[in-house]
Design a protein around this ligand. Structure first.
Ligand code: THU
Length: 138
């Protein structure tokens, strides 16, 4: 915790993402990823990627975390941390950017991490310009 954007509270979210990454089921890619979501009232929902032998049917760490978030009651997302074992500063894939954008506001913080902590913090809204707006479906 020695970097400007790595406050104690955000560092705790990084640690939750790292703990989740340890539970990744990634026998095919051997690319463990962890993600953690914090809500305004302080709850944390974390998840790891889960792969299956039918490769396209596996899913990302962010998706697991979002599943826990929804099952836990949802709420306002204030920050998200993502970490991968084999790459520093991982950024969510396109599909996960869309998923995250549908549950978190554009001003939610997205922390990109390495094995020590947060490397860079961006606004979620900057990660998916011109993303699909599903409002018309409601
Ligand atoms: N993966 C994630 O969990 N999150 C991302 O944002 C990018 C990719 C996973 C999916 C797959 O299990 C592995 O990383 C390799 O693509």
């Amino acid at each position: 915790m020695d970097r400007p954007s790595d406050t104690a509270v955000s560092h705790h979210l990084f640690e939750a993402a790292t703990a989740a990454m340890a539970k990744a089921h990634a026998p095919y890619s051997r690319f463990p990823v962890g993600a953690a979501i914090r809500t305004a009232d302080g709850r944390i929902y974390a998840g790891a990627n889960i792969e299956i032998a039918s490769y396209p049917e596996g899913w990302c760490a962010e998706t697991t975390a979002l599943g826990h978030y929804v099952m836990g009651g949802g709420g306002q997302i204030t920050e998200i941390a993502v970490v991968a074992e084999r790459i520093a500063r991982i950024t969510p894939c396109g599909g996960c950017r869309q998923r995250l954008a549908e549950f978190a506001g554009a001003d939610a913080k997205l922390h990109l991490c390495d094995e020590k902590g947060i490397v860079e913090t961006v606004q979620l809204g900057d990660m998916l310009p011109y993303g699909f707006q599903g409002d018309i479906l409601r």
